[in-house]
Design a protein around this ligand. Sequence first.
Ligand code: GRF
Length: 216
Amino acid sequence: MSKPRLAILISGRGSNMLAVADAVKQNKIAADICLVLSNKEDAPGIAEAAKRGLPTQILERGAGINKGGNRDEYDEQLLNAVDKAQPDLVLLAGFMYIIGEKLVETYYGRMINIHPSLLPKYPGLNTHKRALANSDKLHGLTIHYVTNDLDAGPIIMQKSIEVMAGDNEDSLAARLLSYEHSCLVDTMALIVQQRIKLVTDADGKAEVLIETKIDD
Ligand code: GRF
């Protein structure tokens, strides 16, 4: 049986994408990466992906004088680029763009995002800064299915970490990042095996089903 095809969308460093790519290579995640797409030409992650021989594409929103241009046009280009790779699953790993509705709807239940906060706390940007400013004792990460509500789709898993005395944004972000990598790899491994699914319950509500085995 062929492996599920995975497209990964990034905008920057791409460390989560690389953690997944490594796990794919080691067969910890039984998938094929069919696309790594960046909306930033200078994203370090896209160069790393290319170095590893992964199929890459840069798709910036507007170029030259059109920079930052038409959103609808970009959404369509993005949908076409993703569709062309024929992914079974789409992972947003630090993709700094609010995806258009049609793309979200096309991949509903198959598009996953990793967010560096304990959602519903701190959707959007500057999550570490906001956790510190509020003197939170706990911070963390969330992996969730993507819907049209920003950072608010059905939650698959969360991991909390303690905020330590003396933490600053950098130290907190760095400590959380290593958990992002391990949690994302574990979660994607289960998703590709279809042991995590987004289903609709009897009341029409979206529900995340997680099948674990006794020996897990
Ligand atoms: C991560 O913190 C991820 O949770 C967030 O953006 C950051 C991306 O980091 N969505 P990287 O590009 O994967 O290193």
